[in-house]
Design a protein around this ligand. Structure first.
Ligand SMILES: [Zn+2]
Length: 426
């Protein structure tokens, strides 16, 4: 944790002269970043520097307040560009912050979950569990975009939910900065939570966030196979490099409506073909499509749970569907965190360009071979027949894998128990 009050953390280095003789004059809370407002006592440079929390823990950004010279690693323009742009054009509009107080406390940990990417907000929020469990003499204050408020776990002392759309979160909100500064006056001790951008999924009890219990693996063989495709219209399942390139391009060109529609139609045909093959391989299977976007219709044997817009009730319903799914299938980056946290297993289509980001959008805890068995990645251009074969094989061979790999079958019991285990699995 990083102390903000009463003794402010100060290990900042002047980006211009590299002096560590730096005065922190104030703290800015404009949105995603939490910044120290600094003056170099050596060269008098005025600069902002990230406190090491969230993504800034690994990629801290500093910038000169006068020249706007930026000091950051080259490969993180997605992180620093919005900061420098938003500082240049601050958002002075009023921002509604809904404050919910559950516990009175004098010392708090501040967990800032503001981000413009859905997965980033969720991953930062997952840190709440650690603070609630380990630091229960502190109150936990969660700052979060309002649409995520329903996912904040019980036990926090306060929620400050910010009424902004996700895409707006890149802004420098003057009103939010004032609100937070004013609220912090109430507390004598304030620490910043580190808000790891990728907390360990094995430690997260997802039910505390979603209110939905994950799939019980003991039930795997007892229920009709349920497979759910996690659908998006801006992360498309394409057939080859050319269509991948086109899909990326049309996302950047809002006017390219027709090419986008054609690519979506082609994706939907592939989903239908996959599910048709799966229905042949697993006649009892329940097949769902869940996600944002409602282009084209799916045939009767597919439960179409897609929506044009999402609200809390829709999200809760989707979570229930994930938790009843033997497998969720989706493309990397299509909000796979909650589906993979709640379903028994997953297949993720991983683009070559995202190989280095593998696991970042997966919240399924993996600690043994049984977990590995249920966690699959495949090529982004896999054919419907390849995908259906992979999914059906997981379902069909699960009983054998369960006996071989599940920890309860790897205890050195007496021989007579073995007959009972076999009966249990069947
Ligand atoms: Zn300096």
């Amino acid at each position: 944790m990083i102390e903000l009050k009463p003794d402010i953390w100060n290990k900042f280095i002047c980006p211009e002269c590299k002096s560590s003789n730096v005065e922190v004059k104030d703290v800015a809370f404009p949105g995603i970043h939490i910044l120290a407002d600094c003056r170099c006592c050596n060269c008098n440079t005025l600069f902002y520097s990230d406190f090491p929390t969230g993504h800034a823990l690994f990629y801290p950004v500093s910038f000169n307040k006068t020249t706007l010279n930026l000091y950051a690693a080259d490969n993180i323009n997605w992180f620093y560009k919005p900061l420098i742009n938003s500082y240049s054009e601050k958002n002075n509009l009023p921002v509604e912050v809904h404050k919910k107080e559950y516990k009175k406390t004098d010392k708090i940990i501040l967990l800032n979950c503001i981000d413009y990417l859905y997965g980033h907000v969720l991953l930062k929020l997952f840190n709440a569990q650690e603070y609630l469990e380990r630091y229960n003499d502190f109150g936990l204050v969660v700052i979060i975009p309002r649409q995520f408020e329903w996912l904040v776990p019980d036990g926090v002392s306060e929620i400050w939910s910010v009424d902004i759309k996700l895409w707006q979160a890149k802004d420098w909100f003057v009103a939010l900065d004032s609100f937070i500064k004013n609220e912090l006056k109430r507390f004598s001790r304030v620490y910043l939570g580190l808000a790891f951008s990728h907390p360990e999924p094995g430690k997260i009890i997802i039910e505390k966030f979603t209110g939905t219990k994950p799939f019980d693996i003991q039930e795997f063989g007892k229920r009709s196979p349920t497979i759910t495709f996690i659908y998006r219209e801006d992360r498309l399942w394409t057939s080859g490099r050319i269509s991948s390139y086109l899909a990326e391009r049309v996302n950047q060109i809002p006017s390219a409506k027709l090419p986008r529609k054609i690519l979506i139609f082609r994706q939907n045909k592939k989903i239908i073909k996959t599910f048709r093959l799966l229905k042949r391989m697993l006649p009892q299977a329940n097949l769902n499509v869940v996600g944002l976007g409602t282009t084209s219709n799916f045939p009767f044997f597919i439960n179409d749970l897609r929506k044009k817009n999402v609200d809390v009730e829709v999200e809760k319903h989707w979570c229930k569907t994930y938790s009843q799914s033997h497998l969720v299938i989706g493309i990397h980056g299509s909000n796979m965190l909650l589906p993979t946290a709640l379903a028994a297993g997953f297949v993720e289509l991983l683009p070559q360009s995202r190989e280095g980001n593998i696991l970042q959008d997966i919240a399924r805890p993996v600690s043994n071979r049984m977990d590995f068995f249920l966690s699959r990645f495949c090529d982004e251009h896999i054919s419907p027949s390849g995908l259906a074969t992979m999914a059906a094989s997981i379902i069909k061979t699960f009983p054998e894998a369960y006996i071989r790999y599940h920890s309860s079958f790897l205890e050195h019991k007496i021989y007579e128990d073995i007959g009972k285990w076999k009966t249990d699995v069947k």
